[in-house]
Design a protein around this ligand. Structure first.
Ligand code: 5GP
Length: 205
C-alpha cells in the first residue's frame, strides 16, 4: 500500500505552564521519531540551556510583528507579556509530506487551531493536582516567584477550558502519558477522514 499516503495529523497539545508539555513532546519524538515538533517563535528571553532554532526561534517584538504582518504566523498569543506564535510554512509543508506535527500552544492558540484546522487533534494535559503543578513550576527554578504566581493564576483560567478539548490526559508519569497520547494518535490515523480513498486503492489491486 505504498501509494497510499495520507496527510500528517496536526496534534495540538495544550495545558498549563509547568504541566510538562515540553518533556512529553520530547518523549513522543523519542518513541516516534517521525513526529515533528513545530518550533514556535517567541519574544521571551531564552532560559539557560535553550537554543535558538531548537527550543524556540527567539525574536524581538518588532521581528515578531513583521512576521505576523507578512502572514508567516499561523496562530499566536500574548502570554504573560510575551508573544508566542506558530510559523505557518513548516507546519503546512510537513503535514503535506505526511508527517504528524505536534504543537505546544496556549488555550487561545488551540482555539485558533480548532477554527483553522478542524481536523486537528486537540489534547489538554492536566497535572495530577494543583499542588503538584505549583511544585513543578517552582522546582523548575527558571522563573522568579512573581512570574510563577502569574503563571499559576493563568493556569486556573486555562484548566477551566479543559472541556473545549477532544482529549484529556492527566500527566502523572512521563512514559505513561506519552503512551496514551500515541494511542490517541494511532486511533486518529484510523479515522475514515484520514483513510479516505484507501478502499478504492485496495479494490484496484
Ligand atoms: P514557555 O514560556 O513556558 O516556554 O511557554 C509559555 C506558554 O506558551 C506555554 O503554555 C506554551 O504552551 C505556550 N506556547 C509555546 N509556543 C506557542 C505558540 O507557538 N503559540 C501559542 N499560542 N502558545 C505557545
Amino acid at each position: 500500500m505504498s501509494e497510499f499516503k495520507p496527510k500528517g495529523l496536526v496534534i495540538c497539545v495544550s495545558g498549563p505552564s509547568g504541566v510538562g508539555k515540553g518533556t512529553i513532546i520530547d518523549e513522543l519524538r523519542r518513541i516516534s521519531p517521525d513526529t515533528i515538533h513545530s518550533i514556535s517563535v517567541t519574544t521571551r528571553t531564552p532560559r539557560p540551556g535553550e537554543i535558538d532554532g531548537v527550543h524556540y526561534y527567539f525574536r524581538t517584538t518588532e521581528e515578531f510583528e513583521q512576521m505576523m504582518s507578512r502572514g508567516d504566523i499561523l496562530e499566536h498569543d500574548c502570554y504573560c507579556g510575551n508573544y508566542y506564535g506558530t510559523p505557518r510554512a513548516p507546519l503546512i509543508e510537513a503535514t503535506e509530506q505526511g508527517h504528524d506535527v505536534v504543537m505546544d500552544v496556549t488555550v487561545p492558540g488551540s482555539l485558533a487551531v480548532m477554527k483553522n484546522f478542524p481536523d486537528a487533534v486537540t489534547l489538554f494535559l492536566l497535572p495530577p493536582s494543583f499542588t503538584e503543578l505549583r511544585r513543578r513550576l517552582t522546582r523548575r527554578g527558571t522563573e522568579d516567584q512573581e512570574v510563577v504566581e502569574r503563571r499559576l493564576q493563568k493556569a486556573r483560567d486555562e484548566i477551566e477550558k479543559t472541556r473545549l478539548f477532544q482529549y484529556v490526559v492527566v500527566n502523572d508519569e512521563i512514559q505513561q502519558t506519552a503512551r496514551k497520547i500515541l494511542s490517541i494518535v494511532e486511533a486518529e490515523r484510523c479515522r475514515y477522514e484520514q483513510m479516505a480513498g484507501i478502499e478504492k486503492l485496495i479494490m484496484s489491486k
